[in-house]
Design a protein around this ligand. Structure first.
Ligand code: NAD
Length: 356
């Protein structure tokens, strides 16, 4: 066995069917007495059900969480937290709602219980992205890592088929980049391969039948493992590109990840043979990048950045920005290769390594 460094993140995970019913019990374990529940406007009703289950421990419901954690929304929610004298935060929803709870935890040190309903994985990470004056900045601090995560498959049953596919491939992206991260290690490698295998099995089944409970449960398990990967090791080209493209052209998060992943993996493939073999094995395919491209077809996801709002003229601008702030990546960032990668993703062409 080669030498490695593994840093485990603290946190309690409760996984299963109808486990959100145990929320009041989890609140008691934390010795909390006044719970502040957060959702998006769309998930307010689910938040109300959760609030009722808390009985006397419910303090307030805030249902204005939105994408990209704008600081104005955080300030608004923070005023409500203070008014309600809450001593515990509960986020019910996807990465947007969990981001809001993290932003409040950063400013108050209140403990968090995350109840994720997508596959984005934010609940398992000490990472927070916030937007101020149209600029998104990201930080890593243990202060924002939720203390408890409740994965209840029942709460994912309503996730629309389209979002299930793209959110699931967003999760696969965390696991793929974890396999070739600079600080990867055998434990994270194990989680990553298991994650990709579970999601690779589950997502086509969900596309065919979004209420397939067994597939939902496998997808959620895969998403949990992918979130643990994202929380533990650094990400490379794929995540940086998605961040750049999303910020420049205001593109939807999980769709952008789904479109870019096969291309980013194909670009890095020549430098990371072992990781690529791991992805291919987990997906039970011969070619990892092609396998992910094919998976995106099976789940009916968009496959071209032009389909989700990126202008063709943006290819040059995105290339410049992707190269402007150097970061670690297994294959050095070469202008021509990065430009071709973005152009192919824009047009919806298949992935290619682009090496002589
Ligand atoms: P989201 O949280 O924005 O959710 C998308 C929409 O789907 C929302 O309207 C939401 O209410 C709805 N929804 C969620 N679950 C549902 C369900 N089960 N049934 C019906 N509707 C449901 O989307 P997301 O992809 O989960 O999160 C994206 C955001 O999370 C981005 O801002 C991204 O940057 C952030 N993120 C952060 C991290 C991190 O570690 N900090 C990790 C991943 C994503």
């Amino acid at each position: 066995m080669e030498a490695f460094v593994y840093t485990g993140l603290p946190g309690r995970v409760v996984f299963g069917r109808r486990v959100a019913d145990q929320l009041a019990e989890e609140v008691r374990r934390m010795a909390a007495k006044r719970v502040f529940v957060m959702t998006t406007p769309m998930q307010r009703q689910d938040g109300e059900v959760l609030a009722t289950s808390l009985g006397g421990a419910f303090a307030a419901l805030y249902s204005n969480a939105v994408m990209h954690t704008p600081v104005e929304v955080t300030r608004d929610a923070l005023a409500e937290v203070e008014r309600s004298d809450a001593d515990c935060l509960v986020a019910l929803g996807g990465g947007s709602t969990i981001g809001l709870a993290k932003a409040i935890a950063l400013r108050t040190d209140l403990p968090q219980i995350a109840i994720p309903t997508t596959y984005a994985g934010s609940e398992m990470t000490p990472i927070l992205g916030e937007t101020e004056n149209g600029r998104k900045t990201t930080q890593r601090t243990p202060k924002v890592l939720p203390e408890v995560v409740i994965y209840d498959v029942e709460l994912t049953m309503s996730l629309p088929a389209g979002l299930s596919g793209t959110s699931g491939i967003n999760a696969i992206a965390h696991a793929v980049e974890a396999l070739y991260a600079e600080d990867t290690n055998p434990i994270i490698g194990m989680l990553a391969e298991q994650s990709i295998a579970a999601l690779g099995r589950a997502l086509p089944r969900l596309a065919a039948n979004p209420v397939d409970r067994e597939a939902r449960s496998d997808a959620q398990y895969g998403a949990f493992l992918a979130g643990a990967c994202l929380g533990s090791v650094g990400m490379g080209l794929h995540h940086k590109l998605c961040h750049t493209l999303g910020g420049l052209f205001d593109l939807p998060h999980s769709e952008t990840h789904t479109i870019v992943l096969p291309h980013a993996l194909a670009y890095n493939a020549p430098a990371v043979a072992k990781a690529v073999a791991g992805v291919a094995k987990a997906l039970e395919v011969d070619d990892a990048a092609q396998g992910i491209f094919e998976l995106s077809r099976k789940v009916g996801a968009p496959r071209a950045l032009k389909e989700i709002g990126m202008p063709e003229a943006g290819i040059a601008e995105a290339t410049d920005l992707a190269l402007a702030n150097p970061y670690w990546n297994p294959r050095p960032l070469e202008r021509e290769g990065i430009r071709n990668l973005i152009a192919r993703a824009w047009a919806g062409e298949g992935p290619r390594a682009d090496v002589d």
